[in-house]
Each structure stands twice: as structure tokens, then as C-alpha cells.
Design a protein around this ligand. Structure first.
Ligand SMILES: Nc1ncnc2c1ncn2[C@@H]1O[C@H](COP(=O)(O)OP(=O)(O)OP(=O)(O)O)[C@@H](O)[C@H]1O
Ligand SMILES: [Mg+2]
Length: 436
């Protein structure tokens, strides 16, 4: 199963501050998910000082994320390492390579595209410290985001700043054109300390559609706090206060999902270079981490992904009918130029995918099937070789082009994922360095 395409959850572990336990928690969550029976992959996206491999006792990790950036490997799959724990694998990051922490937009897009294409049933991204765009973007690409927070004031401040950067980054990504970007920038400008809902209120009169999309994306942003290294039970109250402040100022609900105490066992597991849950399943740390893993793995990722891509409103049905032209206006179309084939009456015809939305596609094909025909669109060269049962809804005037509407929920779900992947790729082409 491929992550971004089939709905396997992507969980990011971040939190802004260094040394609060992000990597230790990511490693143990990985062990927990693997124990629950899921083929799990941890991606060490800490580009400054990757150390996941050390936590698993691996000395020389071989190819890393950096190898992909340097084009020493073609696919991130080549960097996947066994961890010694059944069903758990690791994509290591590079330890302190000069310049690696600043990879630039195109390279980051490439890494994210490769991460989404990895074969797994669950994926955990260990984000580095700090609030740079690189860190924030890896955090943002997940379906669920964990902010690891220690009960110290500095950790709480950093977690707030980190979430704020992530939310502002998300809002920027939701804007679709220069006018919207401008409207958002002027609504925010000079007022970074005020509540987000006041920014929304200002936008509402000026750009109601944008305001609606932003409020929806922010309102469905999935993040939670994991307290770590608590020394007294009452320290939980500080985390709850942080959570309330996040909701008040940033309009996102960030519940405290679990707390882990300061634990000698966890500390020693780092020295022994073996995650605690690989050794022992007793103790409150193990209980908390297992419960957290179970919640994360059963999370339905489809809605958050569609909302983020601005494909649907929550009250909108994914199943669409009516002519193609109608719903193509309702859903963003991604231009494509991808080899395809159309299966018509059991016969396969070479075709070209011209563009795609979550509802349907335009295809050029030497053989133009009849209106209303049930066909299958296949993309044999695309990762995962997706196929889409569809119905022919219109035919271009003698130019071999057909408009098709996807038939059934599975096809729609696949299309949603593919639209996102293609949109991400398109971004890659815009302004990318040659060959990246
Ligand atoms: N609950 C805990 N109890 C005791 N020690 C802990 C706990 N969690 C983490 N640690 C210790 O804190 C250290 C730092 O943890 P970790 O490397 O996971 O932090 P990090 O947030 O990933 O840091 P960085 O930002 O540098 O990547 C570890 O060496 C570990 O020993
Ligand atoms: Mg770390």
C-alpha cells in the first residue's frame, strides 16, 4: 500500500524545541504501530542532526534522505532500512551535513513527493527542531501532527511559535492566486499578535470564498500535544493551558493527547540504542505510547486531505453526478501529460491524460468511446499504476478528446490523492533547479 494514495496515515512529530523527546517518541510510536501489525516506516526528516538510526543501534545507515537530494539514489525506497523490529523500517536522515538543513523549495518538494510514494501502512516523520520552513513543511504534510512539549516554559513557547508558523504556512498554501495571496498578506500584515479569527473577520467582507477555505483548513487542522518528561502530575495543567491558548489565538483545537513522565527507562533506552517498546511493554510509558499509536493508526485521513487541497466543503458529497463541465468548475483541475490507456469493451487503447480533477478527467485517445460508455482509465507509468472506472460524459469536436467522470467512491478517492500528488509535482516544476 502506498501512503499518500491509499489513505495510510502520515504522522509528524515536531514541537519546535530541541531535546524535548521528539525522536524518542517517534521511534517508540513506530515500534508500537509495527506491534499493532502495520508495516510502518519512520522517516528521519531532521535535516540538521538526524539521529533515528542511532536510536535503533544502526551505525552506518547507508543512503539517506540526503542521497536523494544529491541524486545518488533514484527513489527513496532505496534508502529504506530494516530496524531489526518486525514490520518497522527506517529512512535515515543525514547527520550534520553542512548545508543540508537548508534544502530549498524544489528539493523539499522532491523529498515530500518521494515520502508520499513510500510503500507502507503507516508513516511517521521525525521533524527537526526550530521553526524554519523546512521543518514546518514536513510537519504540515502529515495527516496528524504531534507537538512534543516538555513542561518548561521555553518548550511551551517554542511549541506555540512552531504551531503558529505551521498554521500561517498552511494558510499561504490554501491561497490560489496572486489576488488571494495579496488579500491574506494585507489582512495579516502588522497584526501577527492578534487572534486569527480577527484576521478571518477582516477577510470575510473582502474575499469571502478565501475566508471560507481558510477557516475550513485551519478548523480541520489536526494537531495534538504530547507532554513529555513530566515530573509532577500537575504539570499537565500547564499543557492544557497551552492548548487553550492555541485554540484561542490560532483557531485550532490542539488537545493534550497523552503525557509521558520523566522516565529512567526511556532515558536508558537511548543509551542502549534500542527503543523502549522493543524491550518492554510494561510501564505507563508503554501504555501511553501504545494507546497513542492505536488512535493515530485508526484515524481516517481522507477528509483532511480533501479539505486541505480545497477540493470539497465538508458538507459536500464526494460522489458527484451531472455533466463533466459542471463539476470541473467545482473542483480544481490539474493539468497533466501522462501516458494512459482507456479500456473500452475489454479492449485497451493508448491514450494521454490531459488533466484531472477529483471528479473526472480529460483524455485524448485515438479511439473515442461512445457517450455514456463505461470505461476504465489506467495510468500504467504512474506510481502504483492507478486505474479509474469512469463514464464518458463528453467528446471534443473530432479532436479525439473525451471528458470522463469517475465512477464510484474508490475511483474518486484515488483521484483525490492523485490530484494532490500531481499538484505537488507541478509545484516542483515551477522554479525548480534543473533535474531536481
Ligand atoms: N520521557 C523521558 N524521560 C527521560 N528522558 C527522556 C524522555 N524523553 C526523552 N528523553 C531524553 O531526552 C533526550 C533527547 O530526546 P530526543 O533526542 O528524542 O529529543 P528531540 O526532541 O528529538 O531533540 P532534537 O530536537 O535535538 O532532535 C534523549 O537522549 C532521551 O534520553
Ligand atoms: Mg530529534
Amino acid at each position: 500500500m502506498s501512503i499518500g494514495r491509499e489513505g495510510a496515515p502520515i504522522v509528524a512529530v515536531g514541537g519546535g524545541k530541541g531535546g524535548v523527546g521528539k525522536s524518542v517518541i517517534a521511534a517508540n510510536l513506530g515500534v508500537a504501530m509495527a506491534r499493532l501489525g502495520f508495516r510502518t516506516l519512520i522517516v528521519d526528516a531532521d535535516l540538521g542532526a538526524a539521529n533515528q538510526h542511532t536510536l535503533f543501534g544502526i551505525d552506518r545507515p547507508g543512503p539517506t534522505l540526503q542521497a536523494l537530494v544529491d541524486r545518488r539514489i533514484e527513489s527513496l525506497e532505496e534508502a529504506v532500512l530494516p530496524t531489526g523490529i518486525p514490520r518497522l523500517f527506517l529512512v535515515p536522515g543525514s547527520g550534520a551535513v553542512a548545508g543540508a538543513a537548508n534544502i530549498g523549495h524544489a528539493r523539499k518538494q522532491k523529498i515530500m513527493r518521494h515520502i508520499r510514494a513510500l510503500e507502507a501502512e503507516a508513516l511517521i516523520i521525525d521533524c527537526g527542531a526550530g521553526t524554519s520552513f523546512d521543518v514546518v513543511d514536513f510537519f504540515g504534510m502529515a495527516d496528524q501532527r504531534l507537538l512534543v512539549v516538555a513542561p518548561q516554559l521555553t518548550s511551551m513557547q517554542n511549541a506555540y511559535a512552531f504551531l503558529k508558523s505551521a498554521v500561517y504556512r498552511l494558510m499561504k498554501q490554501v491561497t490560489q492566486n496572486a489576488r488571494e495571496k495579496e488579500a491574506l498578506a494585507s489582512a495579516v500584515e502588522g497584526r501577527e499578535t492578534e487572534r486569527l479569527r480577527e484576521v478571518f473577520a477582516r477577510l470575510r467582507s473582502q474575499e469571502p470564498e478565501l475566508e471560507e477555505a481558510l477557516a475550513l483548513a485551519v478548523g480541520t487542522y489536526s494537531a495534538s500535544i504530547v507532554g513529555n518528561m513530566l515530573e509532577q502530575p500537575n504539570q499537565r495543567a500547564g499543557l492544557v493551558a497551552l492548548s487553550r491558548m492555541m485554540e484561542d489565538f490560532l483557531s485550532v483545537e490542539v488537545p493534550v493527547r497523552g503525557v509521558i513522565e520523566l522516565s529512567k527507562a526511556l532515558h536508558h533506552s537511548v543509551t542502549r540504542r534500542r527503543p523502549l517498546l522493543a524491550e518492554s511493554m510494561t510501564g505507563s510509558e508503554a501504555d501511553t505510547l501504545m494507546a497513542l499509536a492505536e488512535e493515530l493508526i485508526t484515524h481516517d485521513v481522507s477528509t483532511s486531505r480533501r479539505v486541505r487541497s480545497r477540493d470539497i466543503r465538508p458538507d459536500e458529497d464526494v460522489e458527484l453526478d451531472g455533466p463533466l463541465a459542471k463539476y470541473l468548475r467545482r473542483h480544481p483541475r490539474v493539468p497533466a501529460d501522462v501516458a494512459a490507456s482507456l479500456e473500452v469493451d475489454g479492449q485497451s487503447w493508448p491514450a494521454r491524460l490531459l488533466d484531472l480533477s477529483q471528479g473526472g478527467a480529460r483524455v485524448s485517445c485515438g479511439h473515442v468511446p461512445e457517450l455514456g460508455a463505461h470505461i476504465v482509465l489506467r495510468l500504467p507509468d504512474y506510481p502504483g499504476r492507478p486505474s479509474f472506472p469512469a463514464i464518458v460524459r463528453n467528446q471534443g469536436a473530432g479532436n479525439g478528446r473525451v471528458g470522463i467522470q469517475f465512477d464510484g467512491e474508490t475511483a474518486t478517492r484515488r483521484a483525490v490523492a492523485l490530484v494532490q500528488a500531481m499538484a505537488a509535482e507541478r509545484k516542483l516544476e515551477v522554479g525548480s533547479a534543473p533535474g531536481v
